[in-house]
Design a binder for this molecule. Structure first.
Ligand code: GLC
Ligand code: CA
Length: 546
């Protein structure tokens, strides 16, 4: 299927719109906002999981893949959303959390009751003396093995202890996985996002003395074959279903292998390397300025590497696991419009399929919560405790959470400047960002030169340009200290994208003869006259071949 012309919009259902006044966003709420969504020019809406779940990891701990959690609505609501969205030409992309189930899933419950058939759905292993089977750490801190006294065995959970890893080496598990995907295809779902899908093949269970275990279970030998098999049984039997795999700590080689159409595995992949450039010594829970040169280098190498081997990328900065990019790489206080539009341009015109995360299009920022009580996310709460035990001072921890917590990207959509920002009539499950009086959808739509309207232009540009959809990518100004730049080329023409990542003027030494500006975030740019770029300025220039 054609991927270059698609744009995906991601919705965190819990935080989009609350239709029944319980403080939690729901499926009906999304249906009610379809008209707004269709105004963006998007093709698909990816919804984070809303299946039956105890919600220990906000729905990434699924207890029933075939039923809707009451908090979010009913099957009828979902069917209605699919049908109405289709009326707007928008497909739904569902989130398949197939690496693990909730420990409340009936398979796990049967396993715990001693049923061997279901024990084989998971990884139950004997310990090493008094120690767990391996020394691997869970992604949310602590050991990734949980002891079960009745069996004197441990089960594997790479995430929370209520998220037990499924054993994909078991053919019966793989059949169940295909059944789930097919069930949703039959309901009319047009896309699938596969959660941490490169962790489904555990190569070997050995202690890791160099790291936290990742290398033994990431991009394992059977990820490709298992996904190929899943595709043959489900999504790859159709030519209108888009897929994207979430790849944890992966490589360019692996992602080209997963997405090269010849291999019939996945359509696209998410990778996260560019979102670790503000980690200190590879550690997320630290404070550091982002490394601009590293960011550029990663964009260039992934873009050129994926294209050389005919792979396809998902393009994004924001999602439910990341703080808001405007606060992270931009300046949400002094240059909100300039930095948000510059960041959007920097990735939307790359080679791949862009994703927009709800609220990004109106400039939603990090929350800057001041107390731990305001946080909800299991990872943030765990790391709060871990950092406390490490002796880090409370105010420092809060500062780190303000920069790193996933809750930064999960606060309710800011619809207007009224009560609870129009999200709900009661207190929302997670606080509304204090800036909702000025940052909200109503204001954004009504002002002609808002971030929102810039996003629409950006999407419209992709839609009508084969060069943007399919042209090649070429790095420019690789050593420049503040400008990220690239060129897209095809037989018709050449496009140059210039992005000044800083709140200071900058000069670009680049030949722009015969180019004209087709998009930019300043009313007037002087880049063609004297090659100067203004604070957080972005400019897109086009030259047609004669
Ligand atoms: C992915 C999801 C994240 C979730 C984790 C475990 O990284 O995006 O939100 O916590 O997988 O399922
Ligand atoms: Ca609700």
């Amino acid at each position: 299927m054609e991927l270059g012309d698609k744009v995906v919009y991601q919705i965190y259902p819990k935080s989009f719109y609350d239709s029944n006044d319980d403080g939690i966003g729901d499926i009906k709420g999304i249906t009610m906002k379809l008209e707004y969504l269709s105004g963006h020019g998007i093709d698909l809406i990816w919804l984070n999981p809303f299946f039956v779940s105890p919600q220990n990891d906000n729905g990434y701990d699924i207890a029933d893949y075939y039923e809707i959690d009451k908090t979010f609505g009913t099957m009828k609501d979902v069917e209605e959303l699919i049908a109405k969205a289709s009326g707007y030409g928008i497909g739904l992309m569902f989130d398949m959390v197939l690496n693990h189930t909730s420990t409340e899933h009936e398979w796990f419950k049967k396993a715990l009751s001693g049923d061997q058939y279901y024990k084989d759905f998971y990884f139950f292993k004997k310990g090493e003396g008094a120690n767990p089977p391996t020394n691997w750490e869970s992604k949310y801190g602590g050991s990734c093995w949980e002891y079960v006294e009745e069996f004197d065995e441990y089960y594997l959970h790479l995430f929370d202890k209520t998220q037990a890893d499924l054993n994909w080496d078991n053919p019966d598990v793989r059949k169940e996985m295909a059944n789930i995907v097919n069930f949703w295809i039959d309901k009319g779902v047009k896309g699938f996002r596969f959660d941490v899908i490169n962790l489904i093949s555990k190569d070997s269970f050995e202690d890791d003395f160099e790291g936290v275990g990742k290398r033994f279970y990431t991009d394992g030998i059977n990820v490709g074959p298992y996904l190929h098999e899943l595709g043959e049984r489900s999504f790859n039997r159709y030519d209108d279903i888009m897929t994207v795999g979430e790849m944890s700590a992966t490589s360019i080689e692996k992602c080209t292998y997963y997405t090269n159409p010849e291999n019939k595995i996945l359509g696209t992949t998410f990778n996260f390397h560019h979102l670790k450039v503000d980690y200190q010594n590879n550690e997320k829970w630290t404070l550091a300025q982002f490394d601009f040169h590293e960011l550029k280098q990663l964009f260039h190498s992934w873009q050129t590497g994926m294209q050389e081997n005919n792979g396809w990328s998902a393009l994004f900065y924001n999602c439910h696991d990341q703080p808001r990019a405007i606060s992270r790489f931009g300046d949400d206080k002094n240059y909100p419009y300039e930095s948000a539009t510059m960041l959007a341009t920097s990735i939307h015109l790359q080679r791949g399929t862009p994703y927009i995360y709800y609220g990004e299009e109106i400039g939603m920022t990090n929350n800057y919560f001041e107390t731990i009580e305001q946080y909800r996310d299991v990872e943030s709460l765990n790391y709060y405790e871990i950092m406390k035990r490490q002796g880090i001072k409370e105010n420092k921890i809060i500062e780190i959470l303000q920069a790193k917590s996933r809750d930064n990207g999960r606060s309710p959509m800011q619809w207007d400047d009224g009560l609870n920002s129009g999200f709900s009539r009661v207190k929302p499950w997670l606080e509304i960002n204090k800036n909702y009086k000025s940052v909200n959808q109503e204001t954004a739509i009504n002002s002609g030169d808002s971030i929102y309207h810039y996003y629409r232009k950006l999407i419209a540009l992709r839609k009508k340009s084969d060069l943007i959809q399919n042209g090649s990518y070429q790095p420019l100004l690789e050593n420049h200290d503040s400008v990220y730049a690239y060129k897209r080329c095809d037989s018709q023409g050449e496009l140059i994208v210039l992005c000044n990542f800083y709140g200071e003027k900058s000069v670009v030494d680049i030949d722009l003869t015969d180019y004209r500006i087709i998009l930019g975030n300043y009313a007037s740019s002087s880049v063609l006259q004297d090659h100067t770029m203004q604070e957080f300025e972005t400019v897109v220039l086009l030259k047609n071949h004669g």
